[in-house]
Design a protein around this ligand. Structure first.
Ligand code: G4P
Length: 284
């Protein structure tokens, strides 16, 4: 589910999105709760213009509770409703459909007043790769397995999935590009697995993650690996300590950096290291 974006590709995606927008009443934008800024497509708000939008902070089970609270306060305003969700959760699915109806309440009433029976509203899900779009579509529709296509944008033959509460959902999500020009963003996307490991050298990526985790809260690493991190210890020193604690050592007694790197990244991504929000809103 990783895509190499190039300018022509982005233009095509934009055009397809604009086509789909004509058919829908609301955009459901998925962000990753651990990296709400880095997982946001830079152009989406311009593309959707004035269309109503619901922001879903997905993978909220992996974000830190305090971080989730701070982001909600930062992002929510009169025109933007922000919900923290877990795409796997049916309970959250019910909250989402309710919220969509609530946001579109006036529009629904208007159509009813015009004598339209069984007013349905149409929604589409958008977001960068790996943010949980397919999981959410499957969960909302009660269907299992079938991963939706990984082609960017949306396909032309449109299929609608009927949800509870007279909502129809476009069965193909809008796959958007991330803000990959920014180094910090690229790192965050790498840490969470939103961009391919091969794009970034895995050992460097893990080293940078360790550096970040030390600055957020070194207890995260200390508790998980049963190590002690001394004041001013270098990230590489910490990586070595983790490797030794976990026996990530080759026959010749040298540290197996690939192994320790994969382990730390994998454990972070699965939430084994705890609930960690990697970025907070910038202070104004
Ligand atoms: P995409 O369509 O936007 O590309 O994302 P997709 O639904 O494929 O989800 C990417 C990964 O994120 C999947 O894990 C999925 O299970 C996981 N995921 C989605 N939503 C949530 C959430 O709210 N919380 C958590 N913890 N994980 C979530 P995977 O390992 O690639 O696949 P699998 O384990 O589901 O087989």
């Amino acid at each position: 589910d990783h895509i190499n974006w190039y300018p022509g590709h982005m233009k095509k995606t934009k055009d397809l999105l604009r086509d789909s927008l004509k058919l829908i009443d609301i955009v459901v934008e998925l962000l990753d709760s651990r990296i709400p800024r880095s997982s946001k497509n830079p152009d989406i708000d311009t593309i959707i213009n004035n269309k109503p939008k619901l922001v879903l902070m997905n993978k909220s089970d992996l974000g830190n509770e305090e971080g989730n609270r701070i982001w909600k306060k930062h992002l929510e305003n009169e025109n933007t409703k922000v919900m923290f969700v877990n795409a796997h959760s049916p309970k959250d699915g019910a909250r989402i459909t309710k919220e969509i109806q609530s946001i579109l309440k006036d529009k629904i009433e208007e159509r009813k007043a015009k004598g339209i029976k069984n007013v349905t509203v149409r929604a589409m899900i958008v977001g960068i790769p790996n943010v949980g779009k397919s999981t959410l579509i499957n969960s909302l529709s009660g269907r299992k397995g079938a991963k939706t296509g990984n082609r960017p944008g949306v396909t032309k033959g449109k299929q609608w999935i009927k949800l509870k509460g007279n909502i129809e959902l476009l069965d193909t999500p809008g796959i958007l590009w991330p803000k990959f020009e920014d180094q910090e963003v690229a790192m965050n996307l790498g840490f969470t697995g939103a961009i391919k490991d091969e794009v970034l050298d895995i050992e460097t990526l893990a080293l940078r993650l360790i550096e970040r985790l030390i600055s957020i809260d070194s207890a995260v690493l200390e508790d998980r690996y049963g190590i002690e991190i001394s004041e001013g210890q270098s990230p590489l020193g910490v990586m070595d300590t983790i490797a030794l604690a976990r026996g990530a050592v080759a026959r010749n007694k040298e540290i197996d950096y690939t192994r320790v790197a994969n382990m730390v990244l994998d454990e972070f991504r699965k939430g084994v290291l705890g609930r960690i929000t990697l970025e907070l809103p910038e202070r104004e």
